[in-house]
Design a binder for this molecule. Structure first.
Ligand SMILES: [Zn+2]
Length: 189
């Protein structure tokens, strides 16, 4: 009898707290903010760009949103992170982004990691890792080099399955187009 009475409030408590957790959207959570970066990646996908998206957050506000635009701008440096850093610097009127966090759907490359260090981004949160080209711990870690003058906190793997799926779909589609000859100039003339 006594043990029964003790068990009931305990169960009620846990049920209540889990209900509260699932019912609320935490607008400051890494998952929510990565979702915003994923929306940018989807824009890139629709534009025929490698689907990578990025946002920069300061004090809970999104101050930059961008997606990869290498093909559109015909600029190999137009990665999502580079464009987001430029936007954030313009928004703040300062190149120092010391209290800003960058969310990007794929692990940054060495170019972007270098720029992130120069802008002194506080924290980098990324989706899927890149063992071959990633510079946030994938094949090299430029964001946490003891010899450099800035050190960013790194959180990997947020919505990694979603971002990986989008990238895989993109490259699969690109390969299929190549095989079937879509977009080939010699066939159309
Ligand atoms: Zn890059």
């Amino acid at each position: 009898m006594v043990s029964e009475i003790h068990e009931i409030p305990e169960n009620d408590d846990s049920a209540l707290s889990s209900e509260e957790d699932s019912g609320l959207i935490d607008l400051a959570s890494d998952t929510f903010l990565m979702g915003q970066a994923m929306r940018q990646a989807q824009k890139a996908y629709l534009a025929g760009e490698v689907p990578v998206g990025a946002i920069i957050v300061q004090n809970g506000s999104i101050i930059a949103r961008s997606h990869n635009q290498v093909e559109t701008l015909k600029d190999a440096t137009a990665h999502a992170e580079m464009l987001a850093l430029t936007q954030a610097q313009e928004a703040l009127g300062d190149w120092r982004l010391t209290d800003c966090d960058l969310y990007v759907t794929k692990e940054p490359c060495p170019m972007c990691a270098g720029a992130i260090v120069h802008c002194r981004i506080r924290r980098v949160i990324f989706g899927c890792g890149d063992a071959n080209g990633g510079a946030a711990g994938g094949f090299i870690n430029l964001l946490q080099q003891p010899t450099l003058n800035h050190f960013s906190e790194v959180t990997p793997g947020v919505l990694q399955e979603e971002s990986k799926y989008l990238l895989k779909s993109f490259f699969l589609e690109a390969r299929t187009k190549k095989i079937t000859g879509q977009g080939g100039e010699s066939n159309s003339t």
